[in-house]
Design a protein around this ligand. Sequence first.
Ligand code: DQA
Length: 150
Amino acid sequence: MPDSPVLYVLNGPNLNLLGTREPAIYGSATLADAENVAKAAAGGLAVVFRQTNHEGQLIDWIHEAGREAAGLVLNPAAYGHTSVALLDALKSLSIPIVECHLSNPLARESFRHQSYVSPVATGIVSGFGVNSYDLAVRAAVTLIRERAAA
Ligand code: DQA
C-alpha cells in the first residue's frame, strides 16, 4: 500500500449509462455525478474511480486494489449476481470492501437477490440512488481510519 491511503471505487457494467439508463430505477444522476459525490465524501483521501463493462478488467482492477488501495467501494452491477470469478478475486483482498448499489436489489427481481460480493463485503449500502456512493465512501473511509489507528 502507498504511504498515503487511497480508496478505490470500482463500477461494473452498464453504469456508464447512468442518467439515461432506466431513470425510474437508477435516477437521473450520471456516473460523473457519482464520481463527484464519491470524491466529496472521501474527506481528503485520494480516490481512484473507474468503470468498466468487462469482467476481466474489473478483476484486474480488484487485484490492483489489493496492491495499491487501503479500501474498496464496489458497485459490481450485474456481475455481482453472476460472477464467481469476482468473488474469488475479492477473497484475495485483506482491505475493507463496501458493496454499493444505487437501487435496492433485494426489493427487485429474485435473480438480483443473489450477491457474490456480499459474503466478502464488510458492509453493504443500497437503495439511496447516487447518495449510496456518499454513504459507502464515508463508511469505507471510517474503516480505513479505524484500521490505521489500531
Ligand atoms: C445495481 C443493481 C444491479 O442489480 C444491476 O444489475 C445494476 C446496478 C445498482 O447499482 O443498483 O447494474 O448494481
